[in-house]
Design a protein around this ligand. Structure first.
Ligand SMILES: Nc1nc2c(ncn2[C@@H]2O[C@H](COP(=O)(O)OP(=O)(O)OP(=O)(O)O)[C@@H](O)[C@H]2O)c(=O)[nH]1
Ligand SMILES: [Mg+2]
Length: 399
């Protein structure tokens, strides 16, 4: 193996020197900036063992000369290659530079092309363009937007078409018609942390107790992970004067359900868990053990973004979900995100929670009401944005 060090003012000149002296088969072992230019270490007839010896020798020389040695790229690669073979030529600086430039160019072209197609649409199909923009502000993702626009017959004014689109969204959105409070049974509320599960359990229990009496309801908590989790539900049970039990395993849940078999509604409050939490499988196996008796509803906060909601629903769909309860609608800045995710996942909405008050702030979900509310939220957010933009413009003028 022949190793040689080259100095030049820039990478291109150094590479030319390498090629002229060592030929096209030369491999680049390292490159670094040094005073006055670039240093490249290159080799022909590359042999990994000899390279390692050479590197050790180089270290010894540099240490004797008082240099502080930082491992170079080639040394790191050589170290790694003790474990498995590495492709050293991929570190070649010009290639790496070119790869980076191609990536940047591809990104630029994609953005430009997307912009061009939007511009073209704006010119040739202004209605469609405007409706797409409105649906994006409403909170729908591109897949559902394209599906809805594609199914639209294009007769009528823009506002008529918009109303028709909203009607289509309402038709696609399925609701469960107050099923928990109408049919009762054993119902578990599951979902990520802090979305409002315990508060919703209390709201449902209070509503049911108002309709059928406190004796008809019972509560179970499977939240054994947090100190104080029991206290919160216990406090609600005390206020509502309904019995409560705690279950920390599938067997305990079974016996708690047996114990409350005379109740018309048994509400199960679960520990809040991220869809990425490894303990989620444990929670699922406890609930799946009682699948025949317990219906599970996902509680999802409408303050989450589209991708976050998508991930939550995907994670919790491993549980056979009977529906979803949307919370924090009063705090949402884009309700359409939740509608998109529910429609795409064919998950029905059971209830809508729009505040902290127990039991007032909970309504059975109605598709048209939810769509109208989403439009109102969209309008509020647009107005807010416009206000901010105009105050920024005023600020600019003043400066
Ligand atoms: N604004 C608003 N706040 C709500 C709503 N529902 C619940 N909250 C509040 O959200 C906070 C968390 O509610 P919890 O019921 O404890 O949530 P959780 O899902 O049981 O939380 P973990 O058990 O910790 O996972 C509390 O402050 C509630 O008052 C709602 O619809 N709107
Ligand atoms: Mg809770």
């Amino acid at each position: 193996m022949k190793i040689k060090r080259f100095f030049a003012s820039d990478v291109r000149s150094a590479m030319r020197m390498v090629r002229e002296e060592l030929g096209e088969d030369a491999v680049i072992l390292s490159n670094r900036r040094v005073n006055g230019g670039i240093e490249i270490i290159s080799a022909t007839d590359y042999d990994e063992n000899i390279l390692r010896q050479d590197i050790q020798q180089a270290h010894a020389i540099e240490e004797n000369q008082g240099f502080v040695h930082a491992p170079s790229q080639s040394e790191a690669v050589a170290e790694k290659s003790k474990e498995k073979p590495q492709i050293i030529w991929s570190q070649e600086p010009t290639l790496m530079e070119m790869r980076g430039e191609i990536k940047t160019l591809r990104g630029l072209m994609e953005t430009q092309l997307a912009g061009l197609s939007m511009q073209e649409q704006q010119i040739h199909n202004p209605f469609q363009y405007e409706l797409k923009q409105r649906l994006a502000r409403f909170g729908l993702g591109s897949r559902l937007t394209n599906e809805l626009i594609g199914s639209l017959t294009k007769d009528g004014s823009e506002d008529e078409l918009w109303r028709r689109l909203l009607g289509k969204i309402a038709v696609k959105l399925s609701v469960t018609d107050d099923d928990i409070l109408t049919h009762g049974g054993a119902v578990a509320l599951v979902g990520p942390t802090g979305v409002g599960k315990t508060t919703t359990v209390a709201k449902l229990a209070a509503r049911f107790a108002l309709r059928h009496g406190a004796r008809s309801v019972a509560l179970i908590s499977t939240d054994n992970y947090r100190i104080g989790a029991h206290e919160q539900l216990k406090a609600y049970a005390r206020i509502l004067d309904v019995p409560i039990r705690f279950a920390n395993s599938a067997e305990n849940l079974q016996s708690a359900l047996d114990y409350f078999c005379d109740k018309r509604l048994v509400l199960i409050d679960t520990a809040g868990m991220s869809q990425r939490d490894l303990r989620l499988s444990e929670q699922f196996s406890v609930l799946n053990g009682e699948r025949d008796r317990v219906r599970s509803y996902l509680v999802a906060s409408t303050t989450s973004r589209l991708s976050g909601l998508q991930e939550v629903v995907r994670g919790y769909k491993r549980l056979d979900l009977s529906g979803c309860i949307l919370t924090k609608v009063d705090e949402s800045t884009c309700l359409g995100h939740a509608l998109d995710v529910l429609i795409q996942n064919q998950l029905s909405v059971a209830y809508v929670s729009d505040g902290q008050r127990v039991p007032e702030d909970l309504q059975p979900a109605r598709a048209h009401t939810l769509v109208s509310r989403s439009v109102a939220v969209m309008q509020e957010s647009t107005d807010l944005l416009e206000d901010e933009m105009s105050s920024m413009r005023v600020g600019e003028v003043r400066h």
